[in-house]
Write a protein that binds this ligand. Structure first.
Ligand code: APR
Length: 229
């Protein structure tokens, strides 16, 4: 049985990483147009690099939580593909082995010429003038608003072939990521785990209004009991 897990900032909230769209969220403290658009990178390159250096330093100081770990347990019983909007590496550090990042990865930098030509970054600090082997200035490997989402096709393929989906910690307000759930085959069971679950009109939906750290382990245990061969 193939399970697609679609995660957003809420799954990392209890690891101490801020979400975006609540009163203390990132977008309450920074303007998207100043730090998360291609124009910002041209107009305010050092400010953008500083912003992602600050976020990278934060991610390095945090640990996966019970929700990330429960998804690793799930992988011991089913074929699991994680599709995340998060740029942190907490899924990987918990031990998930198949993770597709729709919006990039904070632990990598990329060429300014080619969107998938990445290099790993050790530590938290990108220097302003470091270059990619192709000669271009390096930039955070993050999909900015208005940029294409190169991993979208793969995420759609995973979703189309999933037998069940678990959605955790996303407000489903950012497209095209939020459109993923509509690529599920009709009738595919969906579990939505979020204390303030967004509206979602699907015909086989179970909503768990709990934080990820309790809701995900609960769903994982239920699935193992229910479907384990
Ligand atoms: N457990 C589970 N869900 C939680 C928790 C928690 N402890 N705390 C908050 N949430 C939920 C919120 O209720 C909300 O629905 O997580 C969701 C976070 O929503 P956003 O802050 O909008 O984050 P996300 O949906 O991941 O944003 C998508 O927007 O800015 C871009 O690229 C950025 O990937 C990001 C995208």
């Amino acid at each position: 049985m193939k399970i697609a897990v679609f995660t957003g900032a809420g799954i990392s909230r209890e690891s101490g990483i801020a979400t975006f769209r609540n009163s203390s969220g990132l977008w309450a403290n920074y303007r998207i147009e100043d730090v998360c658009t291609p124009e910002a990178l041209v107009r305010n390159r050092e400010g953008v690099i500083d912003f992602y250096n600050m976020r990278r330093r934060e991610v390095l100081s945090k640990e996966p939580n019970a929700a990330h770990r429960a998804l690793v347990e799930l992988e011991r019983h089913f074929e699991v593909e994680v599709i995340t909007q998060n740029i942190d590496d907490l899924h990987e550090r918990a031990g998930s082995t198949r993770v597709t990042h729709l919006h990039g990865e904070i632990r990598k930098l990329r060429s300014s010429l080619s969107e998938l030509a990445t290099v790993p970054i050790e530590g938290w600090e990108q220097k302003y003038d470091t270059r990619h082997p192709d000669g271009s200035l390096l930039r955070p490997f993050v999909v900015f608003f208005g940029e294409s989402v190169p991993m979208l096709e793969r995420a759609i393929e995973v979703t189309r072939t999933a037998d069940l989906m678990i959605v955790v910690g996303t407000s489903l307000q950012v497209y095209p990521a939020a459109s993923l759930v509509y690529y599920l085959r009709p009738g595919t069971p969906v579990y939505l785990i979020d204390p303030h679950a967004p509206a979602l009109s699907l015909d086989n939906l179970q909503i768990i209004r709990e934080p990820a750290s309790t809701g995900v382990p609960k769903v994982v245990d239920e699935l193992i009991d229910k479907y384990q061969l």
